[in-house]
Design a protein. Structure first.
Length: 266
């Protein structure tokens, strides 16, 4: 899943492939950028902010940023010149960047934009603290989540305005490990700071590798507790894992390990 760790890893791939090199060609297969040409620009940096990818470019005194978002199905791949592009079908290609030593190909990218680097804030300023950023601020993330006490904790963790980098996988796994029913109101979460801390730890634990695991196992079929395991037995209690829509996404949980809170007696 392209969550914070995957985007961070992708930024490193682009960094190794392109940083310091001059672009010898570019091909944008996005209508609004179809006539853009980055030939002659130097790749200064590849960075991530939550789920957003930022490729920063320079040409003399000018600085531009190529922004992209992977959402659920986007990806970047790097190839040697002349190497066959095997990442995805050709009709999904949205951006191609060429240098003397590498070709970077962006598949099924979303929210592709080219803008002055000084204006990155127009796309990023709404984001909460970045789970993998040098400026990660757990207290600020907790403050933002707590400011909407009636919102279900599952929705609050996915809201990138609260903290940037959690997706469906880490949401479901964090709530399982904390024993929280996904629809528990934020105000009823007993240790909100601990929940935020765990979410950050899970994302950070997979930084630098492509196999995402929350169980500690890298074996196929053993990498998650509840995510993607509908109707399979809970690894703790054996109950069947449940799956249900939550807003525009789905969530997974164990009905025994994450019971619905019982309202206090009147």
């Amino acid at each position: 899943m392209p969550e914070g760790d995957t985007v961070w890893n992708t930024a490193r791939v682009l960094e190794r492939a392109l940083r310091g090199d001059v672009l010898t060609g570019s091909d944008f297969r996005v209508p609004r950028l179809a006539t853009s040409n980055l030939t002659g620009w130097t790749v200064a940096e590849s960075a991530s902010r939550g789920k957003h990818l930022l490729l920063r470019l320079r040409n003399g005194d000018r600085a531009m940023t190529l922004h992209s978002h992977l959402r659920m199905d986007g990806a970047w791949r790097a190839y040697a010149p002349g190497e066959r592009w095997t990442g995805r079908p050709a009709h999904l290609i949205r951006v191609v960047l060429r240098t003397a030593r590498s070709v970077a190909v962006g598949y099924h990218l979303h929210e592709v934009a080219l803008l002055p680097t000084a204006e990155e804030g127009t796309l990023l300023d709404h984001l909460g603290p970045d789970l993998l950023g040098a400026d990660w601020d757990p207290a600020e993330a907790v403050r933002r989540i707590a400011s909407a006490p009636d919102v279900p904790i599952g929705e609050a963790l996915l809201d990138q305005r609260n903290l940037a980098g959690v997706g469906n996988l880490y949401k479901a796994e964090t709530l399982f490990l904390r024993g929280l029913w996904p629809w528990t109101p934020v105000s009823a979460v007993p240790d909100l700071a601990g929940t935020v801390r765990l979410a950050q730890q899970l994302v950070a634990s997979n930084r630098g590798r492509w196999t995402q695991t929350t169980t500690g196992s890298l074996r196929r079929g053993q990498t998650s507790y509840v995510y993607g395991r509908r109707a399979q037995p809970c690894r703790r209690c054996g109950s069947a894992i449940q799956k249900e829509d939550q807003e525009e996404r789905v969530t997974y949980w164990c009905p025994r390990c994450q019971p619905k809170p019982v309202p206090p007696a009147p």
